[in-house]
Design a binder for this molecule. Structure first.
Ligand SMILES: [Zn+2]
Ligand SMILES: [Zn+2]
Length: 123
């Protein structure tokens, strides 16, 4: 009795594992929308984020047809970033711009000092 039961559960477990494996492979092959978690099909307007490599339906990310077409025209590999990443990205860009501005200011200060030294040497 015990042996039979054990065998039966063993078989069902194997079946379940096989099914799970199949599910995993199909999940990997299909791109799920990061917003609605539905498959982004070939015929649908889908966009892959260039930063987190997540797929989104154009509609889910509120990208209208014109925007979508312009993104596709730019290149085969669309440089598009999802809303999450755009938020992070713009923060980075702001930080970067500030650094650049500081750098320019430093250069200007540096040049002023050099001019001053140069002038002092002439006198
Ligand atoms: Zn979606
Ligand atoms: Zn992203």
């Amino acid at each position: 009795m015990v042996n039979k039961k054990g065998k039966v559960t063993g078989v069902t477990r194997q079946k379940e594992e096989e099914e799970r494996k199949e599910n995993v492979t199909t999940d990997e092959e299909m791109d799920l929308c990061g917003k609605c978690e539905h498959v982004v099909k070939d015929g649908q307007r889908g966009l892959e984020c260039g930063l987190c490599f997540t797929w989104f339906h154009a509609g889910c990310e509120k990208v209208n047809k014109e925007e979508y077409d312009s993104i596709k025209v730019i290149g085969k590999k669309a440089q598009w970033f999802c809303r999450d990443c755009t938020g992070k990205f713009s923060n980075l860009q702001v930080a970067n711009t500030k650094l650049k501005e500081e750098n320019i200011l430093l250069k200007v200060e540096n040049q002023k000092l050099k001019d001053r030294i140069g002038n002092e040497e002439e006198y």
